[in-house]
Design a binder for this molecule. Structure first.
Ligand code: 6PG
Length: 256
């Protein structure tokens, strides 16, 4: 298979790259290019990061030369699309890992890095994050992120929208707490309406373990309670699936 793009119509555009390393590189360049383009036009860019292994590798690239010197850090605000209910010091914390991994090593003003507050209770924390997003991120009726990065689990979840969970049907909130039975844990997550208001949503998906589920998500019936990643369909924005060759192996359509 050669690198290329697959048109999935209203389900988005799939970009296939060689491997997880190439995926991290492509994602870092997407953050760089998006933020540069946005700030050539207006004061600030708004990006939501995701948890997972690929974003970690992407962070290492963003935090090192040459890409580090090419991002307009002073004008970028960072949020997270989901978070675990752990203190930021925990290695399980999505924000904590990104801050320690690269944001601490680049010249982004600290007050433009917006992790969830996981000190109170989950419902309050979700409401507080929603208020923060409404205050900081422009857009009406919904705040509009310039770029939201997402992962996809091998069960089809994205952000912390897990199959069969209550958060899937929430349409009147931007952020919610979500009890995930199979993890025996509470997560905090953007809801689908907030994600779908973004200018660009990009999934980062690598590895053979994701291949079958990705094919179901893109080629299969619409069944978002079982495959929450199917809830992601930006209303006016772009949807990109950045995938490596092993994750793309079961797709019905081939890259051009
Ligand atoms: C999390 C994530 C989650 C993740 C996927 C994919 O906090 O766990 O936000 O949605 O992105 O599970 O993770 P990998 O890329 O590590 O497979």
């Amino acid at each position: 298979m050669t690198d290329g793009t697959i048109d999935y119509g209203e389900r988005g555009r799939v970009i296939v790259v060689a491997d997880a390393g190439a995926l991290a590189q492509h994602a870092a360049e997407l953050v760089r290019d998006t933020t540069r383009e946005v700030v050539s036009d207006r004061a600030n860019a708004y990006v939501a990061l995701s948890g997972g292994s690929t974003p970690k590798a992407m962070g290492a690239i963003l935090g090192a030369e040459p890409v580090r010197d090419e991002v307009p850090w002073g004008s970028v605000h960072f949020f997270w699309g989901d978070e675990r209910w752990v203190p930021i010091e925990s290695p399980e914390s999505n924000a904590g890992e990104a801050i320690r991994g690269f944001l601490d090593h680049v010249p982004v003003p600290r007050d433009q890095v917006h992790p969830f507050d996981t000190s109170g209770n989950p419902a309050e924390s979700a409401a507080k994050y929603e208020r923060l997003i409404r205050t900081v991120v422009p857009g009406a009726p919904l705040p509009m992120f310039d770029l939201i990065l997402l992962g996809m689990g091998d069960d089809g979840h994205t952000a912390s929208l897990f199959p069969g969970t209550a958060a899937l049907s929430i349409t009147d909130r931007l952020v919610t707490e979500n009890w995930v039975e199979k993890l025996d844990a509470t997560r905090l997550t953007f809801t689908a309406p907030l994600i779908n208001a973004a200018r660009h949503v990009a999934f980062l998906i690598a590895g053979a373990g994701k291949a079958e589920r990705l094919a179901e998500v893109l080629d299969g019936e619409h069944d978002p309670v079982r495959l929450p990643s199917q809830l992601i369909r930006p209303k006016h924005g772009q949807l990109t699936w950045l995938v490596d060759e092993t994750a793309a192996a079961r797709l019905a359509r081939a890259p051009k």
